[in-house]
Design a protein around this ligand. Structure first.
Ligand SMILES: [Zn+2]
Length: 84
């Protein structure tokens, strides 16, 4: 009985290792990997730009105010615009 369980676990581990190897080969040795990294770079730069207020400087992501339109705003800008 335990041999069957061990064999099942080893088969699942083999499938997972194969899938991981395939992902790494695709991500690092093909143009698809370059496109994925370029997309990640764009998202990272957009996120960093969203955290930088042109008036009050850089802000932590947890301090931003989410407007009803879905846009994130610096808390100081929100106070100035909404509460004077
Ligand atoms: Zn601001």
């Amino acid at each position: 009985m335990s041999v069957i369980i061990i064999e099942g676990v080893l088969f699942v581990a083999l499938v997972a290792a194969g899938a991981t190897l395939l992902y790494l080969v695709v991500a690092y040795f093909t143009p698809v990997g370059v496109r994925l990294r370029q997309t990640q770079n764009r998202r990272r730069i957009d996120r960093e730009a969203e955290l930088l207020c042109p008036i009050h400087g850089p802000r932590a992501e947890k301090d931003l105010v989410r407007l009803t339109s879905g846009e994130a705003l610096c808390p100081d800008c929100y106070k100035e615009n909404v509460h004077g």
